[in-house]
Write a protein that binds this ligand. Structure first.
Ligand code: ADP
Ligand code: MG
Length: 696
């Protein structure tokens, strides 16, 4: 039997372990530093390091690593052993406070977007005591930030921590105005719902596109896709159930609150949702969750696909970022309570988010930009590239009342009658589940749904935290020293809603009408991720991020360039994989098939000249003409990919990859997919969509 409370967090150097292992004064100092955000007293580094080492060794660890999140999207580790020579032929296990606090790492292996010139290749990792250390695969992992020699951030975590600071500072100003005295700190809490696909390992290995790119570059539509919607609430298949159970166990050991596991809309698609926690920990945990998903799937002879769009024509995978604001006294500031109309403090925080989303739609769009996510956003699937907000009927009516100054009469809560008298009636939620909105208020939190499945959630949360901090700053400035707080507050709410109402849309976000209407409302529609990446460096963005100390202009430029470089690299790898698959596998298969058809026709005619060979002749004609078309498109792609990009900026190069290379790839794909649906299944060199999607 599995004893979950016993297993949970057993590989984490958490508060309980520290309390038990550290001298009381050391523990108190550490605890104060973390909970009150005071700077860490360096004298405690040695005893903390020693306790960490002893604990880690008791968990089977032999090595330690500074575990960090460079701009590659994945985590990085460099393992060092605890071993240290002592005297002749002897070793002891050692780990000092200095090694705990600071590490030096060769930054030249990580993207820096021009921040690091090669003669200054040094990068530093510095301990983040707010996220607990843990043991994974025999190594003590210490969560750290990563910066350049001159102090510029090279990772996802440092700006996330800075954005939390900014938000805390401004939120506390507002709370003070409302007379709240028991809140010492406000933190954003996040629960990210993670979508993924599982495919059979043998099928995966037979597809170079999945191996190199994580997504299929070809694939004709299978006879059955997700149209029957039989997968979502269907029974979880035994192999998948075994995987989920195993995964939960691994995550629980790491102190990750994995809570809900279910099937998703597409065949072979599933979702995992953890219970929400402080955003920087949620981010670390989500990185670990993705890593564990991949690892555990292999144990079950499956491969976990985290790409945003592994299969064309089938739903892609995203991440729903549920975000809220919580005080250290346990109050959710986005909880409307029973009578939101009378809850001015809630309404002010709510309005702050509305203003933030409207003013910085482009930054939110930029925060979810990637080559992979382009297949979702702006394509015909959830959610659209236009950032709008869903608030539900009740809050919409309240906002209207505030805006027009009319008395709010309330949206009556409707009773749901199910028609069977033994079942209880229950009241309908006033926020419906609008699944098409990229940014939906869902009861007591906002759900930002545009994140791609493979992304580090920090990118979106850095933006979200900072833009809300900016609204709160502006609100606090306005209300500070107002003669009549209540009327100043009313005016502020009314003005904010008037000015930013346009970003609220409760209808169907996938419809073509919305695209037109959004344009009329003056909302951004940025289908291309490359265009979105450029939004990081607009003057408004630079001013806002620097004001809150989250990014300097240099850091923003470097970040934009890293994203652009990454975009170009991803498309380039995809294009090269495509060329290779066509040349070495598809061409031989279609040639063989054409030859088989021709041979068949010839041998029939040999047998008897009057036999009807119409089928063979028309098929061979069609295959030959499609083959010629494919060859032309292949040549076109090869020519485009050879174009020199030396003189281009990172942004220009990414534009080139999107507008020319990617388009040529799409073009080639269309023809290859047509051929796939014609050529003999025995000859087709790759497992089909049908085989991949229904393989587990
Ligand atoms: P769904 O969106 O599918 O209806 P749930 O209602 O189960 O899913 O919740 C989704 C996620 O929202 C979970 O990870 C949950 O922990 C998280 N969540 C709930 N309350 C909050 C909150 N106050 N702040 C942040 N996340 C929250
Ligand atoms: Mg959700």
């Amino acid at each position: 039997m599995i004893n979950i409370p016993e297993i949970f967090g057993c590989n984490v150097f958490n508060d309980d372990v520290m309390r038990a292992m550290l001298p009381k004064d050391v523990y108190d100092k550490f605890h104060d530093a973390v909970t009150k955000e005071q700077s860490l007293d360096r004298s405690i580094a040695n005893p903390v390091a020693a306790a960490m080492k002893d604990w880690a060794i008791s968990k089977g660890a032999t090595h330690f690593t500074h575990w960090f999140q460079p701009m590659t999207g994945i985590t990085a580790e460099k393992h060092d052993s605890f071993m240290s020579p002592e005297g002749k032929d002897k070793v002891i296990m050692e780990f000092s406070g200095k090694e705990l606090i600071k590490g030096e790492s060769d930054a030249s292996s990580f993207p820096s977007g021009g921040l690091r010139s090669t003669f200054e290749a040094r990068g530093y990792t510095a301990w983040d005591p707010t996220s607990p250390a843990f043991v994974k695969d025999g190594t003590l992992c210490i969560p750290t930030i990563f910066c350049s020699y001159s102090g510029e951030v090279l990772d996802m975590k440092s700006p996330l921590l800075r954005s939390m600071e900014a938000l805390n500072t401004q939120a506390l100003r507002i709370l003070k105005l409302f007379g709240v005295t028991d809140a010492g700190r406000v933190v954003p809490t996040v629960g990210p719902e993670q979508e993924y696909f599982l495919v059979d390992e043998d099928m995966f290995d037979a597809r170079p596109d999945l191996v190199f790119c994580g997504r299929t570059l070809f694939g004709a539509k299978p006879p059955k896709g997700q149209e029957l919607e039989d997968h979502y609430f269907g029974v979880i298949k035994p192999r998948v159930a075994a995987f989920m159970k195993d995964l939960d166990l691994e995550l629980w050991k790491l102190g990750i609150y994995a809570k809900t596991e279910h099937n998703e809309a597409a065949p072979a698609q599933h979702e995992l949702a953890p219970i929400y926690t402080t955003v920087n920990i949620a981010s670390d945990h989500n990185q670990l969750t993705m890593e564990m998903m991949k690892k555990v799937a292999r144990r079950h002879n499956m491969v976990c696909l985290l790409h945003e769009k592994p299969f064309e024509g089938v739903n892609g995978s995203g991440k729903h970022n549920n975000w809220s604001l919580t005080t250290d006294s346990g109050i959710n500031l986005l909880n409307p309570g029973k009578t939101p109309y009378e809850n001015a403090q809630f309404l002010l925080f709510f309005a702050a988010v509305i203003e933030a989303v409207d003013n910085y739609q482009d930054l939110l769009r930029a925060s979810v930009a990637s080559a992979g996510n382009d297949h979702r956003l702006g394509a015909h699937e959830a959610p659209p590239a236009i950032i709008s907000m869903f608030v539900g009927d009740e809050l919409d009516a309240i906002l209207t009342a505030i805006e027009t100054g009319e008395i709010y009469s309330g949206v009556e809560k409707q009773r749901m009658e199910i028609g069977v008298h033994t079942l209880p009636t229950f009241s309908k939620d006033t926020t419906d589940r609008n699944r098409t909105s990229p940014f939906a208020f869902t009861g007591n939190k906002f759900e930002f749904r545009s994140l791609g499945a493979s992304m580090n959630i920090s990118a979106a949360n850095i933006v979200l935290n900072t833009i809300v901090a900016e609204s709160l700053r502006h609100f606090a400035d306005e209300l500070d020293g107002a003669e009549d707080f209540t009327s100043a507050l009313n005016n502020l709410l009314q003005k904010t809603i008037k000015d930013h109402r346009r970003v609220i849309f409760n209808g169907n976000g996938y419809s073509d009408e919305w695209v037109k209407e959004a344009e009329a409302r003056g909302l951004h529609n940025i289908p291309s991720s490359v265009d979105a990446m450029a939004c990081y460096t607009t003057p408004e963005s630079v001013e806002m991020f620097s004001r809150h100390g989250v990014f300097s202009e240099t850091e923003l430029i470097s970040r934009r360039d890293i994203y652009c470089e990454n975009y170009s690299k991803v498309i380039r790898i995809e294009a090269l994989t495509m060329i290779d698959m066509v040349k070495r596998s598809v061409i031989p298969a279609v040639s063989k098939y054409a030859k088989d058809l021709a041979t068949s026709a010839a041998s029939l005619m040999d047998l008897c000249p009057t036999l009807d060979c119409t089928m063979q002749c028309s098929l061979v004609t069609e295959v030959s003409s499609l083959s010629a078309e494919m060859y032309n498109k292949l040549t076109a792609l090869e020519t485009i990919i050879e174009k020199e990009c030396h003189n281009m900026t990172a942004f220009e190069e990414a534009q080139h990859y999107r507008n020319n290379v990617f388009m040529a790839m799409q073009d080639l794909r269309t023809t290859v997919d047509k051929l796939e649906s014609m050529v003999s299944s025995e000859l087709w060199p790759f497992p089909t969509y049908g085989e991949l999607l229904f393989s587990v």
